[in-house]
Design a protein around this ligand. Structure first.
Ligand code: SAM
Ligand code: SF4
Ligand code: FES
Length: 350
């Protein structure tokens, strides 16, 4: 019966909630293999066998938010906080460019040191030094006006996971934050003209399969260009330290279902998945993911960007990761694409 649901989903790119729920809870290996292979087939239809590379720059670990799952939350006093200077950021981009990257992702905590003026200066600088590269921001919740200023300075994409589409669960995990504002941000970003990335965490404490169906529904409706999905990994200096983390299997199921529901989305194979399983990133690629985001941050700060513990690649140079990830991608039968890697219909729709 589940095999038929999967074929139906492949054809229609949608499925009733009860059937989605059954697939989320499926345990049978034959069903899971079929799900992953249909998701891979769908991915190949839109993106061929290419996997896009993004260079990730973690430029500040200072954050005014207090997300209960995150090791960088403001109440965690056991973090060696850092900020990269503008020169350091430019150096990382140059090194990334030299290694072939044509997308830079500037990610960080919500750090008010980086005022809009400072951010605009950094974005303008990267834009003029690397005119053909895509600039992606992942710096949290801001006003419409701020997002607009970054866009006008040359940023073209923005990653802001919705984390969970259940309003109650969202609000319980984000003291001082609100689901409504998170969604407002995503809508504003889309309206301004960014390629937007939403996404969610699997295995959050209190999360049920019904919540995950809501994530799929929310995404289908929002129709973002990118969707990041990674497992919750408990951090010992957070209120959620004693909870179990998300599993590889559940994360892979959600990646595959997302590929089948929102077929053209760019889906990263996440570092979190590579952290809980040494083959996690390869498995995600075989289940429909088509993006990887190797780290370009200077090695001396990498360990300090500890959103969860035992994160991979913290001791490895950018050049090392570049080679490592290529081998891993090739081992799955896909290949590396070093282009900007825009959303498939981007030029047609913009
Ligand atoms: N501060 C920005 C934000 O929250 O959008 C960007 C950086 S934040 C560290 C990036 C993502 O890390 C979050 O969207 C969240 O999904 C993920 N994350 C944080 N803590 C995590 C944990 N313990 N396990 C898994 N993912 C986590
Ligand atoms: Fe800050 Fe992002 Fe971590 Fe939340 S997830 S505490 S906003 S860095
Ligand atoms: Fe960084 Fe493998 S991707 S060491």
């Amino acid at each position: 019966k589940e095999l038929k649901y999967i074929d139906d989903l492949f054809e229609r790119e949608d499925l009733e909630d009860e059937k989605l729920l059954e697939l989320i809870e499926a345990k049978d290996q034959v069903v899971l293999e079929h799900l992953y292979s249909k998701a891979l087939e769908k991915k190949i239809l839109h993106y061929d066998k290419s996997i896009y590379m993004r260079g990730l720059l973690e430029f500040t670990n200072i954050c005014k938010q207090n997300c209960k799952y995150c090791g960088l939350r403001r109440d965690n006093m056991n973090v060696d906080r850092y900020r990269l200077t503008e020169d350091q950021i430019m150096d990382c981009c140059r090194e990334g460019y030299r290694l072939g990257y044509r997308t830079f992702v500037l990610q960080g905590g919500e750090d008010s040191h980086y005022s809009d003026d400072r951010l605009v200066k950094i974005i303008t600088n990267i834009r003029s030094s690397f005119p053909e590269a895509a600039i992606t921001l992942s710096i949290g919740e801001k006003s419409y006006e701020s997002y607009e200023r970054y866009f006008q300075a040359g940023a073209d994409r923005f990653l802001l996971r919705h984390e969970t589409a259940d309003e109650k669960l969202y609000n319980s995990l984000h003291p001082g934050g609100s689901y409504k504002n998170r969604v407002r941000c995503l809508k504003d970003l889309k309206k301004i003209g960014y390629q937007i990335g939403a996404g969610f965490i699997t295995g959050l404490p209190g999360q049920t399969s019904t919540h995950l169906v809501k994530d799929l529904r929310f995404l289908k409706e929002l129709d973002p260009h990118m969707i990041g999905i990674g497992p919750f990994i408990p951090h010992s200096e957070t209120p959620l330290k004693n909870f179990n983390g998300g599993t590889v299997e559940l994360t892979l199921k959600m990646v595959a279902l997302t590929r089948l529901m929102i077929p053209k989305a760019l889906l990263p194979s996440t570092t979190a998945l590579g952290t809980i399983d040494s083959q996690g990133r390869e498995k995600a690629i075989k289940a429909g993911a088509n993006v990887v985001m190797p780290n370009l941050s200077p090695t001396d700060v990498r360990e300090k960007y500890e959103i969860y513990e035992n994160k991979i690649c913290t001791g490895d140079e950018a050049a090392h990761c570049r080679q490592c990830i290529e081998k891993r991608i090739n081992s799955t039968g896909s290949y590396v694409d070093m282009g900007r890697g825009d959303y498939v219909d981007w030029n047609a729709s913009s």
